[in-house]
Design a protein around this ligand. Structure first.
Ligand SMILES: [Zn+2]
Length: 329
């Protein structure tokens, strides 16, 4: 296989110079490539996602600064995606602002109590959610509840790896790293062990290959590393949903201004409602299966539903023309 850089071409320059505050694009920093003079940010993305990336950046601009910076988006050559007999996994960061659609995702290892609460809420309020679970410590009781959730059609599960080895997956984002063959095998095994554990619990194959989200956000776009996307593609995963709203980052930012600002349900509720309202939807929200996240989010979802928002699966955030036909033909 030729190197990825052969397959990129610079095909898009946003003419209007956007004035970006670096702090406000922190959440996608992993996917932003800086030039040596630190002036140009390049976003290496799949061609059909350029507009949503640009809008993701724009949605983060709250104030103009004097620091003119250009967003350059590099497109992956379309040909790269035309591999025969293969699915190309599509990364999703957020959807279309103004769409009034929001995707809710919960990460890591859920307790049965939390799952019970979320499934009941999803059914009562007709809200879709994706659970990105780790399987190493997943109990049989939780697995049974996942099955129940899946059967409603409102809950889907995503592969968040077997053991959440953040150090391993962060290597993907490390500049100029050469992944060892052993690392590559370990990454592949983390994905496979997740599938096997859920199969052992009796979860059907058809539920397993919708989504993958790397632990710790280690996706590997820095350094043009496509190992993970290639691996997921060959395993048949459809989507790699990242996120544009998350609480740990938002709360740490607010804490810098006000040290008394804390990680609690009320603050999470406010952040979620405000983030969604700011862009009028299109958000891909990352939450965790912990009490504050769950409590705050369910309150926020109710409020947002009253304002006319719909809660959808991640790929439903994208417009039809942004959705790749990634099915086997
Ligand atoms: Zn995680």
């Amino acid at each position: 296989m030729s190197t990825i850089s052969d397959k990129y071409y610079n095909s898009y320059l946003k003419d209007n110079i956007n004035k970006i505050d670096n702090n406000r694009v922190n959440y996608i920093e992993d996917q932003v490539v800086y030039s040596s003079d630190n002036k140009i940010k390049s976003r290496i993305i799949q061609s059909d996602l350029i507009d949503s990336y640009i809008s993701a950046l724009e949605s983060k601009i709250e104030e103009k600064t004097n620091n003119n910076e250009m967003i350059a988006a590099l497109r992956i050559d379309e040909k790269m995606d035309n591999k025969d007999n293969n699915i190309r996994t599509q990364a999703i960061y957020r959807g279309v602002s103004g769409s009034k659609k929001v995707a809710i995702t919960f990460d890591d290892t859920p307790s049965p109590e939390t799952l019970r609460k979320l499934i009941n809420f999803a059914k009562e309020n007709n809200v879709k959610m994706v659970f990105f679970v780790n399987t190493k410590k997943l109990s049989k009781e939780s697995a049974e509840l996942l099955k129940e959730g899946l059967s409603t059609g409102l809950i889907r599960i995503g592969n968040h790896t077997h053991s959440h080895n953040t150090e391993l997956f962060k290597k993907l984002n490390t500049k100029n790293i050469n992944l060892s063959e052993e690392d590559k095998k370990l990454i592949s095994k983390e994905i496979d062990d997740w599938e096997q554990t859920l199969k052992n619990y009796g979860i059907e194959d058809k539920y397993l290959k919708h989504y993958f989200r790397p632990p710790g956000g280690g996706g590997g776009y820095k350094n043009n590393n496509t190992f993970l996307l290639d691996e997921l593609s060959s395993k048949g995963y459809k989507y790699l949903p990242m996120w544009d709203v998350e609480f740990i980052y938002s709360i740490n930012q607010k804490k810098k201004q006000d040290p008394s600002y804390g990680y609690n349900a009320k603050n999470i509720e406010d952040i979620l409602v405000n983030s969604v309202e700011k862009t009028k939807g299109g958000n891909l929200v990352l939450l965790h299966f912990k009490n504050e996240d769950v409590e705050g989010s369910l309150n926020a979802i109710k409020k947002l539903k009253d304002k006319g928002y719909n809660f959808v699966f991640p790929e439903e955030l994208l417009e039809d023309n942004q959705l790749k036909d990634n099915k086997k033909t």
